[in-house]
Ligand binder design. Structure first.
Ligand SMILES: [Zn+2]
Length: 116
């Protein structure tokens, strides 16, 4: 149960970090080499290549910030602070659905209407 909770907590930040790396690789390496034959397209690819590094850095920084926030949630859970799941004592996450706000357990997936 703990491994599933860790996986669900850090899947989003890890995916965003990998997306930043893939986007940087695509715009900085693959696109310029693919359009090297055309003079106009190589200029476009060259300008996109210049944007790729700062954009990749911003995406990676956002992913690291998100991972830091998830680490804080996990740290509070270890210290016994905050709300816990009524079934398995896992970490609760605030969600907004069709019928309003609700709490969802990250470990077992149980849901409960309401807010923190
Ligand atoms: Zn639970």
């Amino acid at each position: 149960m703990y491994a599933i909770m860790l996986l669900r907590l850090f899947a989003g930040p890890t995916g965003l970090f990998l997306l930043g790396i893939v986007a940087w690789g695509f715009f900085a390496i693959i696109l310029p080499s693919h359009f090297a034959g055309s003079a106009v397209l190589s200029q476009v690819a060259e300008s996109l290549s210049g944007i790729a590094m700062p954009a990749g850095a911003v995406i990676s920084l956002a992913a690291l910030t998100w991972a830091g926030m998830q680490t804080h949630v996990l740290w509070q859970w270890h210290r016994g602070e905050g709300d816990f799941c009524w079934r398995c004592s896992g970490v609760l996450a605030q969600r907004h659905g069709r019928y309003g706000a609700y709490l969802k357990c990250i470990a077992c997936g149980a849901t409960k209407k309401g807010m923190r």
